[in-house]
Ligand binder design. Structure first.
Ligand code: ZN
Length: 233
């Protein structure tokens, strides 16, 4: 196993920040994305542009950025009947979770990522889950991910290290981390090249990025940006 890393890179703000974090730390960084029929499939299309830009603007990072992998998880679409994969309204459910919740999604993503990392001899898995400023998804919890690291290491007989650099950061702190890692150019790349909107809307560029401006993902992204860069500052 090498000290190389695999970043779960969806094309969103959090995983883009994690990609920069990994490029700063590891000698070689590969990325993986998942196509599971998500409505905001456009997030998959922005991935290549962001990878190119982050490498192009930082001569130290460029040689570290390795190949990208895109896995199709049709089975996940078959078992998830949620607002993330269906044309239905995004609402809050009785259990306090938004209707975008896909049960166990991150458990599957990380398990597939580990299987790929196993095959490619990569030790470090980097993912953008966050317990601080999130929508209540139980598969983003720190304890869930620590348990999953143990399960994967036992089940694959390897010593993977699962990194979640955003776990205790809110969205404002995530922007601050991006600024620390790559300065204003990285902040601008994340603002304009990444995608968070659940509806896949990229028709309008708001101060905080592209999106419909109304769904829970846009709302979270707008609030975080305004905390980081107040509108009247
Ligand atoms: Zn939206």
């Amino acid at each position: 196993m090498t000290d190389h890393a695999l970043v779960l890179f969806s094309g969103g703000q959090d995983s883009a920040t994690c990609l920069a974090w990994a490029l700063e730390r590891f000698p070689q960084v590969e990325t993986i994305g998942f196509d599971y029929g998500q409505r905001h499939r456009v997030e998959l299309e922005v991935r290549a542009a962001f990878r190119d830009r982050v490498a192009g603007e930082n001569p130290r990072w460029a040689p570290r950025l390795g190949p990208d992998h895109l896995l199709t998880l049709d089975a996940l679409r078959e078992v998830s009947d949620t607002a993330l994969t269906r044309e239905t309204e995004i609402t809050m459910q009785a259990n306090g979770l938004p209707s975008t919740f896909v049960p166990g999604r991150n458990l599957l993503f990380l398990t597939f990522a580990a299987a790929l990392a196993y095959r490619r001899g990569l030790r470090h898995l980097v993912a953008g889950m966050c317990e601080t400023d999130y929508s209540g998804y139980p598969d983003c919890r720190d304890d869930t991910l620590k348990a999953l690291q143990v399960a994967i290491n036992l089940g694959m007989d390897r010593r993977f290290v699962l990194h979640t650099p955003l776990m205790w950061r809110d969205k404002k702190a995530t922007w601050e981390l991006a600024e620390r890692l790559g300065g204003a150019p990285l902040v601008e790349a994340i603002r304009t090249e990444t995608h968070s909107c659940y509806l896949g809307d990229r028709s309008t560029l708001h101060p905080w990025g592209f999106g419909c401006g109304a769904c829970p993902a846009c709302e979270l992204r707008r609030r975080g940006w305004e905390a980081y860069a107040p509108p009247h500052a």
